[in-house]
Structures are given as C-alpha cells and as structure tokens.
Write a protein that binds this ligand. Structure first.
Ligand code: SAM
Length: 429
C-alpha cells in the first residue's frame, strides 16, 4: 500500500525517494509501518524503480487495451506487485492478493479488481518467459539511454545501463592500514585503496572499527577526488560542498587544515556528527559557498558540486524518474558558476579539484572544456594513469577521471562496479 503511494510520488510528482523514506520526517504511510514492513517497502520500491521500464513493458504486453489515463493509482499498484513477482524473493500469491485488495479498496479502481487478479496471476505463471525476454527492453528510461549512448557509444551505454540494475556494494574508506582492515572485515582491497564488503545485510555500526572511527562508508569512486591533491600536510583546503563529509574526512585525515563549507544546516549537523565519530577535525562554516570569503587565499579547494547524481542510480534508482535533461542543464549552469567562484578563492598556483557523481558530460568533460576555452589563467593538470594502477581505464585522454558503474569487474565473490564520477584537477596560473 505504502509502496504504491510512494512510487506515485516519485514517478508522477518527481519527489526524491530518500526524503520519503526518512524515519523521522518521511511519508506518513511509510512511517506508519513496522520496522520489518519498512524494510520490505524499501526493497519493493528499489526493485520497482530499478526495473521499471521492463516491468512497464511486461504489463503493457499483457493488456489488450491500455489502462485509462485516470487509472494512474492502479498502474502503480500493478507495478509494485509485478516487481515482487518478477524480482523479489517474496511469496507471489501474497503480492497478488494485496494488489487485488488495494484495487477493491479504492472506489475508482474497484471495477478493475478482476483484471488485476487475472493479469498478475498470469504474470506468476509466465514469470520465467517474461524474465527471459526482458533483456529486449532497455533497463533505463529512453531519455537516459539516449544521453548515455551519445556520450559513451551504444554498447558501453548498454553496459552502464545493465550495471545499474545491481544494488551497489558497500565500500569503506579507512584512515590507515587498509590491508589490515581488509583482513579483519573480510573485505576486498580495491585499486582506489577502498575496502569492499562481501554481500552484507547487517548493521554497519555493529562492524569492527565503526565506533572507534577507523573508517567510513564511501563508494570507491567517491574516494578518488580528495586523493587527487597528493600531499596535503600543512595545506589549507576548503571543501565547498561538504556534507555529509566523506571527502572532508579524507582531507582531514590526509593532514590538511580543512574548512568545510555547507549551506544546509541539517546536513552540516550530520557532517559535524560524522567528524566527531571519526575523531577528525575541520572548521565547519554553514553558508552558501558564493558568500564564503576565507581570510586569505587558499592552497586548494575541493568542489564536489551538487549534480544530477545519474552516476548513483545503483543506490538511488529514483534519480532516473525524478531528474531529466532540463535538470542536467540547470545543474551544469550552477556548477559552471561554482567552479568559477572557487577559482577566485585559491592563491596563484593553487588547485581546484572539481568533481561530481553525474555520468553526463554536460556536468563534466564539456563543462571543463568550456571553462578552459574561456580562461587562459586556468590550466588542467593531467592525471597520470601510471599513478593509478588498476584504474587506468577510468582516466580519459585529457587526464580526467571518468568512472562508470560498468567499471571494476567483480572478483573473488565480491561485486563489481562503482559510482559514475567525474573528477579533474584545475590549477590557477
Ligand atoms: C554532492 S553533495 C556533497 C557530498 C560531500 N562532498 C561528501 O563527500 O560527503 C553536495 C552538497 O553541497 C551542498 N550545497 C549545495 N549547494 C551549495 C551551496 N551553494 N553552498 C554550499 N553548499 C551547497 C548540499 O547541501 C550538499 O550537502
């Protein structure tokens, strides 16, 4: 019940999923559920959104005539039931019964209850053949597949789209001794220096080293930008979009004097809490970065800018339904202004590391190419693939990092993939 309502808010109103699944302030239908039902609701929503184009295709191939325009609520009931039948390890008959009950409960949909029953029962019977044919349908919405194909070519676009069907594994960044922690946590040491946990369902805080602040959760790709600074001992660095603080923590543990700038006070609170657990220190400044004025020019800036987040669809499958091309264009414009502002805050010879978790060149390669065309006082410092063994394929011809979920093959029983990230180094001449 809650799942189909929340799905409606994502798909019809473009409401991001995270906020609605917040235990304190989330959607009332979700908050009314028990812990176990909340977990099931999250699993249903993630499976539904991850496979939505394929579920929609399967449902419409089984309907002689499309559902009427006014039956959106019914469509969401069917889609969440189909996700359970096709992609979740839950009893199919319970999913069918619940969907029929939901149709009966809503006066607008009551007349469709028999259809819901027949359609979903057929889906249970034909499950294997539906799944077999599902690969004929793009796993991501067409608008996104088109943008991926234009940027990466058709074959790579499909590999990236397929990779986003897998939930992201959990990666950790450790303060020190990655080999030792890999052994203790039975994790795989990745070429980024991150640790990847084996399939994990427990609670993160119960893992060894969490309460001692020895590590934090951070996708392998997200750990790359801070590492691009090299030696940071004694350097003054501002992290301009800092919360929840994964990169601030890296900069602080690399020995920098860090100013963490964050405009959202809720997120700044989380950043402070995270730093406290990790026993790392940074000056936290709660402000819009455009109003941030350090007392003296800085040695460096990390600008991990707000973006369309299309590189994080493995963990946020709602992104492809809440964001679109106009958001990418708008965010690219904001990032272009942010990076120009960041360049005013560093000293001559200082660097700005620019990064974000978008897969779209408009927010990465293109944005930097436009900046370099316009500014002769800024140069790009090429990242040397020889410094990044195992990640050479993620460094483009211009010396920028471009990771995608299709990179980093699975190995030794550990999942593959990493977030889509763009990162580059700019130096002020
Ligand atoms: C992609 S997240 C940053 C993630 C962070 N760097 C990390 O590694 O944990 C972007 C952050 O920038 C903040 N932000 C967005 N616009 C901002 C602005 N104009 N000034 C300061 N912070 C901003 C958002 O509130 C959000 O916390």
């Amino acid at each position: 019940m809650a799942a189909s309502k929340i799905l409606a808010a994502v798909v019809d109103k473009r409401t991001p999923l995270d906020g609605m699944l917040d235990a304190g302030h989330g959607n009332p239908a979700y908050r009314a559920l028990s812990e176990a039902d909340r977990a099931l609701c999250r699993a249903i929503l993630n499976a539904t959104l991850r496979h939505l184009p394929r579920i929609d295709a399967a449902l419409s191939s089984m309907l002689d005539t499309p559902l009427p325009e006014g039956a959106r609520a019914l469509q969401h009931v069917l889609t969440t039931a189909a996700a359970q039948i096709l992609y979740l390890d839950v009893p199919s008959h319970a999913a069918v019964d619940l969907a029929v009950e939901q149709a009966n409960r809503d006066p607008r949909n009551r007349r469709f209850a028999k259809l819901v029953n027949a359609l979903l029962r057929r889906m249970v019977r034909e499950r294997d053949s539906i799944l077999e044919h599902s690969s004929e349908v793009s796993p991501v919405p067409q608008w996104f597949l088109k943008r991926l194909a234009a940027a990466y070519g058709k074959d790579e676009a499909l590999r990236i789209a397929e990779a986003q069907l897998e939930p992201a594994p959990i990666d950790l960044t450790v303060k020190s001794n990655p080999e030792g922690w890999a052994e203790r946590l039975k994790a795989r040491l990745l070429p980024t220096g991150s640790l990847r946990l084996a399939a994990f369902e427990g609670s993160i805080p119960s893992l060894e080293g969490f309460s001692e602040g020895e590590w934090w959760v951070q996708d392998a790709a997200a750990s790359i930008p801070a590492k691009l600074f090299g030696d940071l001992k004694g350097k003054r660095i501002a992290d301009l979009c800092a919360a929840p603080g994964g990169k601030t923590a890296q900069l602080a543990s690399m020995g920098a004097e860090v100013i963490a700038v964050e405009q959202s006070s809720n997120r700044a609170k989380r950043l402070r809490e995270n730093l406290a657990r990790l026993q790392l220190s940074a000056e936290v400044v709660e402000t819009d970065l455009f109003a941030f004025a350090p007392s003296a020019p800085l040695d460096g800036i990390l600008l991990d800018a707000p973006c369309s987040s299309t590189g994080t669809t493995r963990r946020h499958p709602d992104v492809l339904f809440t964001k679109g091309v106009s958001d990418i264009e708008k965010l690219a414009g904001l990032q272009a202004r942010m990076v120009r502002h960041a360049l005013t805050l560093v000293k001559t010879g200082g660097v700005v590391v620019f990064s974000n978790c978008s897969l779209d060149p408009l927010e990465g390669e293109q944005l930097i190419a436009d900046l370099l065309k316009e500014r002769t006082d800024v140069e790009r410092v090429a990242i040397d693939p020889a410094d990044w063994p195992g990640l050479q394929a993620a460094i483009n011809a211009d010396g920028e990092f471009r990771t995608t979920p299709a990179m980093l093959p699975a190995a030794d029983g550990y999942a593959g993939g990493m977030d889509g990230f763009f990162a580059c180094i700019l130096r002020k001449r």
